[in-house]
Design a binder for this molecule. Structure first.
Ligand code: DAH
Length: 350
């Protein structure tokens, strides 16, 4: 085999076999070093030229130099191609911003809409919107509302207790996820002096989970404290409220019931807004829809909140926002409200 053949084979091995097999610049560089590095195959050839007789050396030197130049060229071309490929691959992962279709505008969740509708109606009736924390003191959630230590609601099976942060002044049992919005009544009475007229809307938590109960749900609480306010005002307010919300005159009725923080206490129903009281599938033929609880603020609650029960009277009510949203938007299953399924939410365009 002639020396020329050896150079041709080296060029072939470099430019046609080893270099094309590399996929990264690092790999390509390793091949370059193998041939053109300090101890590379071509470098060895150059070095060996010194031992050749002068007449051969010149021609052989030119051949080796031509080989070097050819390998450098092949290396540069290959690296340029690799870089271009990498750029194309990177570009392919970017979204072409000139090709973006404007996204569909979002809409408000049916619960948010219901909540806002309730706030609007109660604001028009002269109520402020008040707020309270989700992690609540058991004292405000229970004790100050006249719910004693032995009340079943305080059982671990009904209430989510929150472990106090290490080093805090709270003991186990002191903190809960609020089980109703009623502690906002207490907070408001502790902070403000009568006359008070507030609604508090928000998330509440109970250890319940089935087709009609979710461990997280929403309530609205109303409280009025003033001189001489009475059950008649409570009833008139609820009547005005349901009529305004459904934009038709709807009656409200009370059924005697017990809640520790009111006396007397009642559950209240509204006339069915769908049949006007005649009886339909929504009200299951009764003409009435159960809404929630209400009553006159219990003197023990006034005492816990530093309100003079001789001077003031008060009334309160509470009901579920989720159930109201289901009614207003004819949602058949409570869980649909919390699953975030776009196919459901899309049914509520602005
Ligand atoms: N807090 C009660 C519950 O979650 C609802 C309720 C009943 C609120 C009577 C009230 C009330 O303000 O007076 O079941």
């Amino acid at each position: 085999m002639s020396d020329d053949d050896a150079l041709t084979r080296m060029r072939h091995a470099f430019a046609e076999v080893e270099l094309p097999a590399t996929r990264t610049l690092d790999e390509a560089y390793a091949v370059k070093v193998k041939y053109l590095g300090k101890k590379g195959l071509v470098t060895e050839l150059s070095r060996a030229l010194g031992s050749l007789p002068p007449d051969v050396r010149r021609e052989r030197g030119q051949q080796v130099n031509a080989l070097k130049a050819a390998l450098e060229q092949a290396y540069d071309d290959h690296c340029r191609a690799l870089t271009e490929q990498a750029e194309q691959a990177a570009l392919a992962t970017f979204e072409d911003l000139t090709d973006v279709v404007a996204p569909e505008p979002g809409t408000l969740h049916p619960l948010t809409r219901t909540r806002r509708a309730l706030e609007r109606v109660f604001a028009s009736l002269g109520f402020d919107v008040a707020d309270g924390p989700h992690v609540e003191l058991a004292r405000l959630n229970f004790d100050d509302l006249n719910i004693g230590p032995d009340h079943p609601a305080r059982d671990m099976a009904d209430t989510f207790f929150v472990a106090p942060p290490p080093g805090s002044r709270w003991q186990p049992g002191d903190l809960v996820l609020r089980t109703h919005t009623s502690p906002v009544q207490v907070r408001t009475m502790l902070e403000r002096t009568p006359p008070i007229r507030i609604v508090a809307l928000g998330t509440v938590f109970r250890r319940d989970d089935d087709a009609t109960h979710s461990p997280m749900f929403h309530q609205i609480e109303g409280l009025c404290v003033d001189e001489g306010t009475s059950l008649a005002d409570l009833r008139a307010t609820l009547y005005r409220f349901v009529s305004a919300l459904f934009e038709r005159e709807l009656q409200v009725r009370f059924r005697p019931s017990f809640f520790p923080f009111v006396e007397p206490g009642a559950e209240f129903d509204m006339q069915c807004p769908f049949c006007g009281g005649k009886g339909c599938s929504v009200c299951k033929g009764s003409g009435w829809i159960e809404l929630g609880g209400a009553g006159m603020v219990h003197p023990a609650v006034f005492e816990a909140c530093g309100i003079d029960a001789e001077r003031y009277t008060g009334w309160a009510f509470g009901f579920g926002i989720d159930r109201m949203a289901m009614l207003m938007h004819q949602v058949p299953d409570l869980r649909l409200l919390f699953e975030g399924d776009v196919r459901f939410l899309e049914q509520f365009p602005c």
